[in-house]
Design a protein around this ligand. Structure first.
Ligand SMILES: Cc1cc2nc3c(=O)[nH]c(=O)nc-3n(C[C@H](O)[C@H](O)[C@H](O)COP(=O)(O)O)c2cc1C
Length: 368
């Protein structure tokens, strides 16, 4: 999560810490977690076709930025994709539904990147059943370059308030083959309230909140050491850390200033949403979840192409006991009876935001 200057100024009321941080350009200049962002600059530099495609695939969106992918390159022209189960989210994603969606995003991004060099990928998902590899991907020839490739490096999950500008009907029409888009003000207000109530439920349930806090990386050193999870970095946030306002302890204590300000910032962000994109499925098999991920990735690249921002807000879709009332409400509101709401995202016009950290490709290769 990249927190903007605006948010930090809100937290500290524009006081001395901000002045100190802005006054020391040197401090600011040294706080970028360059190592954690290096995989973005390395994308496309590999020559071998599978490695080249994978150097982009690792930039895929995925829940809590867990990057739960591992690849086996031992068979020529083939990538065997596995889900790294040490990266599970047992509290907020007990059935690994969201993690599987993230692997669908990864597979689709690999396909799009491979198409750029004319390589066509034939996928066999879960060839040995649910407990085996997620996919066997065979690289061949004859692909047409996918135009969505042009937006891969600019794609983001935009965790910021959006402007009040409505999403124009011509853009909605371009997104609708990929998702249900809600723009009706009454419906949007209902969904907004659902996302806010569900978010509060997640953070006031100690074990689900702890899962997030454990994945927070505080400052450049922690982000570079573990380029995943929820990254809290940049000069302003680090100034807050130095001042003791932003810390692991404060984020675990609902009575702390940092925790309370976090809530206010999130409420403001969730409210600043003019539209939503929703993906539902009839069934809810592992393959359905993979296909949702592939669709979400294409949706996110299409919003990028249109100058729109997209931000998944998954709390109401999470499958733990305390969330059940919101889960039911989300389904009554957004899906046909018996169908599953797989993705719910804020949609609108947001600010340009930075890249999120990634583990380098080499660390995700388990066999070659
Ligand atoms: C299935 C899925 C669920 C997600 N749920 C949330 C969410 O509830 N809140 C959120 O801020 N981001 C959510 N994200 C976005 C990830 O946090 C984001 O993809 C990751 O941090 C990497 O950042 P990037 O997409 O900007 O590259 C979700 C992504 C996926 C694929």
């Amino acid at each position: 999560m990249t927190i903007s200057r605006r948010k930090v100024l809100t937290i500290i009321g524009g006081g001395t810490i901000a002045a100190a941080a802005t006054g020391t350009g040197l401090f600011a200049a040294t706080r970028t977690p360059t190592k954690a962002l290096a995989p973005w600059a390395a994308a496309g530099l590999e020559e071998e076709p599978r490695r080249r495609a994978l150097s982009y695939a690792i930039l895929a969106p995925n829940p809590h930025n867990r990057q739960p992918w591992q690849v086996d390159l031992a068979t020529p022209d083939t990538v065997r994709i596995y889900r790294d189960k040490t990266r599970n989210l047992p509290e907020t994603d007990p059935h690994a539904r969201q993690l599987t969606i993230g692997l669908g995003c990864f597979a689709e991004l690999m396909r799009i990147a491979a198409s750029q060099t004319g390589h066509k990928i034939e996928f066999d998902f879960f060839p040995d059943g649910e407990d085996g590899p997620v996919a066997e991907a065979r690289f061949g020839d004859g692909a047409n370059a996918d135009p969505l490739f042009a937006h891969v490096l600019e794609r983001r999950s935009c965790k910021e308030p959006f402007t009040a500008q409505e999403v124009p009907a011509n853009m909605v029409a371009q997104l609708e083959p990929l998702a249900n888009v809600h723009t009706d003000p009454g419906k949007v207000a209902e969904i907004r309230d659902l996302t806010w109530q569900a978010w509060k439920t997640e953070i006031f349930t100690p074990r689900t909140m702890k899962e997030s806090v454990d994945l927070m990386r505080f400052g450049k050193c922690e982000i570079n050491a573990n380029p995943d999870g929820i990254d809290l970095g940049g000069a302003f946030l680090e100034a807050l850390m130095l001042a003791g306002i932003l810390s692991r302890e404060a984020q675990s204590d609902p009575n702390s200033t940092g925790f309370k300000e976090g809530i206010r910032i999130y409420e403001e962000m969730l409210n600043a949403t003019p539209a939503y994109a929703v993906i539902t499925t009839d069934g809810n098999t592992r393959l359905d979840q993979i296909e949702v991920g592939r669709r979400w990735l294409r949706l996110n690249l299409t919003t990028t192409a249109l100058g729109l921002s997209l931000h998944p807000v998954s709390q109401a879709l999470q499958e733990f006991e305390e969330m059940a009332p919101h889960y039911e409400k989300a389904h009554a509101m957004l899906a046909e009876p018996g169908h599953t709401v797989q993705m719910l995202g804020r949609l609108g016009f947001g600010p340009k935001v930075g890249r999120s950290p990634r583990w380098p490709l080499e660390t995700r290769i388990i066999n070659e």
